[in-house]
Design a protein around this ligand. Sequence first.
Ligand code: PEP
Length: 249
Amino acid sequence: MSKKIYLYGNWKMNMTAAETRKFFDEFAGCYEPFKNDSGLEVGVFSPFTSLWALAEGAKKCGVVFGAQNVYYEAKGAFTGEVSIPMLKEIGVDHVIIGHSERRHIFGESDELIAKKVKALLDAGITPVFCYGETLEERESGNTFKVMERQIKSAIAGLTPEEVAKIIYAYEPVWAIGTGKSATSEQAQEVCEWSRKLIGDPKVVILYGGSVKGSNAKELLSMKDIDGALVGGASLKPGSFLEIYSEFKK
Ligand code: PEP
């Protein structure tokens, strides 16, 4: 039996509400051949301001949708933050947490990320938890040490059932938005190691970092890679879905 592929698109700080509507006008047609393919789960993650438009388009097409961040408190004096109940009102059931841009540009700590993961699980929302090493960490031989800290911090104190509900995304920072993907062997090595560290052979682990049609087959065919978290190539329906078409060839 062939494995199920998760194809998740992280739009980052791109796509206004109007652009989101336009994306789904085109996506609906491109997605038609894949609609009934139970081997594929598509998800799209937009900025907060486009979430209502995203919800409308994603529901029509039957794809998963979500936000790229959230705060762990339900309400209160947290200027500029968005809470889980606010996302639930829109119907969001997946949220990206701990993306390297949140960690490295906005200084999010392992502790803060862990609180967000727990709050999402408590609310019945799936965290798409990102982790990965910088180039400096890789070159200094600290790849596994850094990721062990990131993963252990996120799952500390969770029940095995909660750990199983998280979707994990290995995203080497040096491969994000650079056009330079990890090799399939590098990505497989980390995903296999992660699965053992997490301690549940069935967890979903995605690879992210310059995934596109031309490298999709090699990466997604690896045993421990269940799918891709895609940035740049997810902004156009054609290049986004091409990743799955190439994998299936
Ligand atoms: C990402 O934003 O998570 C990502 C992997 O980006 P890109 O595909 O553009 O490298």
